[in-house]
Design a protein around this ligand. Structure first.
Ligand code: A2P
Length: 338
């Protein structure tokens, strides 16, 4: 088992769930440490029935640590995580900073586990909207080679951290009371709205969140030829991202074949019966670790296309669960037993 696991960003929206998962899944480590910013240092949290003091993240905080699980803003990950690698720790990072760097593995355990096993230093966990989409693409890619993807996302406020959900709740209350809420996590009001911008402006009129879906998908699937056209939208749902995904494949895939491929893939649950009104809903996927797929049908505009609806808990499989699964994969590989 690991000697000492450090959870960095332990007080954040994802960090809290990582803590819960490490506890629930009885992660194999002798000692756990919890780190966050100076703002939270000295506060206490409970883990496995024991009280722990949150420590301040500093460059010298990693002595004796052999595994780091981190979920912080990008600049924090950039500044502090190399210090953990320097003392020999394996780092699993949820931030966006390291994902596309050369030599950094970008891993979804069900899709490219070998990249985690062969990795040195930092292993990145993908962006939440990429992870659920690539989980769905992988069985299609293996069976029929994905060539093109058109995706629109409907993303929850929890993706913007603890403050994102506070903004949704407080903004909604203020809106109903006829008051003005001053939003902190969003540049536009999210209550009773839909915001077609997540992240900053990048190339050709696409946003940073959208370009993550383009580049990360290619890196994880190891195929630079996959074309992805994304539109990322923030909606007033507190948790779970939804995506409308249309896929073109080199070899045609029927909806029946797609349903079969999805059903047989680990980590995917198919919920698909339109007649009965059955399809994945964000409020029903909340707190679950799987990727849910429904509304599977032919793309009626394209004989080589299929289209479907995909929902997943962005804090779990989109972030904390994926990171903890990577850690479990390493534990199983190194210690032969989780
Ligand atoms: P803190 O709670 O002390 O601010 P969120 O999901 O809310 O965005 O959480 C981000 C996590 O990253 C929190 O645990 C937060 O700690 C931590 N964090 C943010 N900035 C820093 C920093 N400069 N140094 C260390 N941890 C940070």
């Amino acid at each position: 088992m690991f000697e000492t696991v450090a959870l960095v960003g332990a007080t954040g929206a994802v960090g809290r769930i990582m803590r819960q998962l490490l506890e629930e899944r009885d992660f194999p480590a002798k000692t756990f440490r919890f780190l966050a910013s100076a703002r939270s240092a000295g506060s206490t949290l409970t883990f496995k029935g024991q009280e722990y003091t949150v420590e301040e993240l500093t460059k010298s905080a990693f002595a004796g640590v052999d595994l780091v699980l981190a979920s912080t803003p990008d600049d924090t990950a950039a500044e502090y995580l190399p210090s953990a690698v320097e003392v020999g720790a394996t780092v699993i990072d949820e931030s966006g900073y390291w994902r596309m760097k050369d030599g950094v593995a970008l891993v979804i355990p069900e899709v490219n586990p070998e990249d985690a096993i062969n990795a040195k230093g930092i292993i990145a966990s993908p962006n939440c909207s990429t992870t659920q989409m690539v989980m769905a693409l992988k069985p299609l890619h293996d069976a029929a080679k994905v060539t093109r993807v058109i995706v629109s996302t409907y993303q929850a406020t929890s993706g913007a951290g603890v403050q994102g959900t506070a903004d949704l709740l407080e903004g909604s209350r203020a809106h109903l009371d006829g008051k003005v809420h001053s939003y902190k996590a969003f540049k536009k009001p999210i209550a009773f709205n839909a915001i077609p911008q997540i992240g900053s402006e990048k190339e050709q009129g696409y946003t940073s969140e959208e370009m993550k879906m383009v580049y990360e998908t290619r890196k994880i699937l190891g195929d630079e030829n996959i074309q992805v056209c994304p539109t990322c939208v923030r909606i007033p749902v507190s948790n779970c991202h939804s995506e409308s995904i249309t896929v073109e494949t080199a070899k045609p895939v029927s909806p029946e074949e797609a349903r079969e491929l999805f059903s047989n893939f680990p980590g995917i649950t198919v919920v698909d019966d339109l007649k009965e009104g059955l399809y994945p809903l964000p409020n029903e996927c909340d707190g679950r670790d799987e990727v849910f797929i429904g509304r599977i049908r032919r793309d009626i505009s394209n004989p080589d296309g299929i289209t479907f609806w995909c929902v997943s808990d962005n804090l779990r499989k989109g972030a904390a669960t994926n990171a903890v699964q990577i850690a479990e994969l390493l534990a199983a590989h190194r210690f032969q037993k989780v």
